[in-house]
Design a protein around this ligand. Structure first.
Ligand code: C5P
Length: 306
């Protein structure tokens, strides 16, 4: 029962693509993907409260430019609420506040996390008991990464990334993430990828090597298997990322990788102490925002009912 509740907070994680194989552009404009997602402990919180109307507020930490966040009416959370309400034939009424900690337009699926968290939170607030299948279908309509943000953990993604199945991953992997002040547009990175790869195969590169590496539990082996087909396009649009990747690896990371379509760069390290040491080096080299996170962590989940 939810009648006594004044509000619900749902937390949803950022993602890293451990493997991102991209095939030739489909007729619908999307690209077929074979990807391995990992949810990492950088999370946005979405709080919903009862309200006679619809309001949305967003709070950002000082390192995120508030102007980079899509405004109310044009935010993926508005769309999530609209689709969920329409599915149940009700009005979208709530006061929603999003507290961001995931880089915006950074290649870590921050908007997708907000959408997934909003779906879970509003489902509870409105007491509409959406089935898991319907929630995943609505999530896929909102964006290719949104179903994964519901699932969390480590998962294989196919289709355009929206078809997700969990992958056994019993290790804890330690990452350092360095966001950029300026985001990158995902469609622009895919377009550049198409220009750079006019003969891209229809079938994306398989994740078999990555999955075998993951199963070893050995970060040195996983580092060697990390793969991102969008990295060259992201670095082409943002050549400074090449220097950052090299700097992280020179600072003791096992491997640097552009996260998804970028521009956030992530660095796999041997463990928690090594992650903190690499982060310290990067801060020392002048990168003022350096985040340490481990994964896998849970997908969108309720954290408070008060
Ligand atoms: O699905 P989502 O809204 O996250 O996609 C944003 C954009 O990224 C799409 O409009 C498309 O340009 C590009 N994209 C793609 N192929 C995918 C996923 C995204 O081309 N599999």
């Amino acid at each position: 029962m939810t009648d006594h509740q004044s509000g619900i907070t749902v937390r949803a994680p950022a993602k890293i693509n451990l493997h991102l194989g991209v095939g030739a552009r489909r007729e619908d404009g999307f690209h077929p993907l074979v990807t391995v997602y990992q949810a990492v402990g950088l999370c946005d919180d979405v709080r919903v409260e009862r309200s006679p109307g619809w309001t949305l507020g967003v709070t950002v930490p000082d390192w995120i430019d508030p102007d980079a966040v899509p405004v109310t009416g044009d935010n993926i959370v508005d769309r999530a609420a609209g689709l969920l309400a329409a599915h149940h034939g009700i009005e979208a009424r709530a006061a929603v506040s999003v507290t961001k900690a995931i880089p915006v337009a950074g290649g870590m699926a921050g908007g997708s996390a907000d959408a997934a968290a909003a779906l879970v939170a509003l489902d509870r607030l409105w007491d509409v008991h959406t089935s898991d299948d319907d929630l995943l279908r609505i999530a896929a309509e909102l964006g290719s990464d949104v179903p994964f943000a519901l699932l969390g953990g480590t998962a294989l993604g196919t289709g355009r990334g929206e078809l997700v199945e969990p992958v056994v991953d019993s290790s804890t992997w330690w990452w350092v993430a360095v966001p950029s002040r300026e985001g990158l547009s995902t469609p622009a990175v895919y377009r550049r990828h198409d220009e750079l790869n006019p003969d891209a195969p229809e079938e994306p590169e398989s994740a078999a090597t990555l999955l075998l590496a993951l199963a070893t539990g050995n970060p040195g082996i996983l580092a060697g298997a990390l793969h991102n087909d969008l990295e060259a396009a992201a670095v082409d649009l943002r050549p400074d990322l090449a220097d950052l990747l090299a700097l992280g690896e020179d600072s003791g990371a096992l491997r640097g990788l552009v996260s998804g379509s970028g521009p956030t760069c992530v660095f796999l390290t041997a463990g928690a102490d090594e992650a903190r040491a690499v982060a310290g080096e990067l801060v020392g080299a002048g990168h003022d925002v350096v985040l340490v996170a481990n994964g896998p962590v849970a997908g969108a989940h309720v954290v408070t009912y008060a």
